[in-house]
Structure formats: C-alpha cells, structure tokens
Design a protein around this ligand. Structure first.
Ligand SMILES: Cc1cc2nc3c(=O)[nH]c(=O)nc-3n(C[C@H](O)[C@H](O)[C@H](O)COP(=O)(O)O)c2cc1C
Length: 192
C-alpha cells in the first residue's frame, strides 16, 4: 500500500488528495451507496445562512450518451465553426470516467447572504466532493471548460438561474498519478 492509498489517517488523507485525469479513469467507480456517502460528505460544507446554494446531478450510466448528444447539439448550434477535433472532444466529455456528478450553483439573489459568499460555499462543496471521493479510495477530477458555460448545455442540465460549478468525474486511476507542484508554503502563508 503506498502513501496515496493509506487513508486510515485523516491527516494523510488530507495531505494526499490530488486530482486524477477524467480521461484516464477506469472502473470501478463508487457504487450507489458509496456515492451517497461521498455526496453526503460534500454537503457538510460551510454554508452561511443554511441556503444550500448548490445541488448535485448524478448522471446515470444510461444517460451519459444523451448528455454527450446534448453537448454536441449545443456545440454545433453555438459554434458552427467548430472543427472535428473540438467536436470529438465535446462528444467524449460526458462519456469519461465511471461516475459523473454535475455540481450546480443555485444562488439566492433575495437572500441577505451575498452572492459572493454563496459562491464560496459552492466552490467549497466541489472541493469537499473531491476529498470525499479520495476518502473512499477513488480519484476525482473537477472540470469546467466549454460544457460549463454553454447556454445550450445549461438548458439541458440545469434549471433557470442555475450555473454549472463543475463536472466532477470520479473513478479509479489507470496510471499512477504524478504529483503536481504545490504552492510554496511561505509564499502563501503570513503570520500577521
Ligand atoms: C473551478 C475549476 C475548474 C476547473 N476546470 C478545469 C478544466 O476544465 N480542465 C482542467 O484540466 N482542470 C481544471 N481544473 C483543475 C483541476 O480540477 C485540478 O485542480 C488540477 O488538475 C490540479 O489537480 P490537483 O487537484 O491535484 O491540484 C479546474 C479547477 C477548478 C477549481
């Protein structure tokens, strides 16, 4: 067992989380019960005003192709100049990895809690979702890109007023993960 898999210590768990690459993920992904555990953990996020300004859309296996089709249709409608490479990339986007959760931001403009603070909670839930997947022995990958900003895709996956905070792919990494350079501690921490 390498240190990445030794998740018995909470400190190790937090110190070893890293993203996988959705395109390099393979089975298994979390089963329904484990995914529920992961999503339940992700909901335990700081949330000023208890607004839950986020929600999760679990894209079932048998709906992935429909989502892929919707993305390609939106691409061709919004970017008729898109070439084959781009179209193929968008076609494959929703088909990556064993598990896909779309995190939607549903901020409440009428609340006395600012939108800024609500969006901070949305980002926090995405991050915690990645940590929770790691805690269950999986890798996660939080992606956005064109599918997160296309009005056509938004109409297919979200309700009016919602935004895509991320597509979070979860699975098992095919290849060992390379470490990514992390910020220099002293560059980002000051004692005041
Ligand atoms: C809001 C948001 C959107 C992101 N979108 C992408 C993306 O579209 N493509 C990508 O390669 N990485 C994207 N990333 C970065 C990855 O999720 C991940 O953080 C990065 O690959 C570094 O891996 P790490 O989590 O191990 O630091 C995004 C991160 C955030 C916070």
């Amino acid at each position: 067992m390498d240190s990445f898999n030794d998740l018995t210590s909470p400190a190790t768990l937090l110190a070893t989380r890293r993203s996988g690459k959705a395109r390099d993920m393979t089975a298994p992904g979390p089963d329904a019960a484990t995914l529920k555990t992961i999503l339940s953990a992700a909901m335990r996020v700081p949330d000023h005003g208890k607004l839950a300004p986020w929600r999760f859309v679990v894209v079932e296996d048998d709906r992935r192709q429909a989502l892929s089709d919707a993305m390609v249709a939106a691409l061709l409608a919004e970017k008729p100049e898109a070439g084959r490479l781009e179209t193929d990339a968008i076609r494959g986007f929703a088909l990556q990895a064993p598990c896909l959760v779309i995190v939607l931001a549903r901020t409440n403009p009428a609340s006395h809690i600012s939108e800024w603070e609500q969006l901070l909670s949305v980002g926090a839930t995405c991050g915690l979702l990645c940590v929770a997947a790691h805690a269950q022995g999986f890798v996660a990958n939080w992606l956005t890109g064109w599918p997160a900003y296309s009005p056509g895709v938004l109409a297919a996956v979200a309700e009016t007023g919602e935004r895509v905070a991320g597509y979070v792919f979860i699975g098992t990494q095919m290849r060992p993960l390379e470490e990514r350079p992390r910020p220099d501690y002293d560059a980002v921490v000051r004692v005041w």
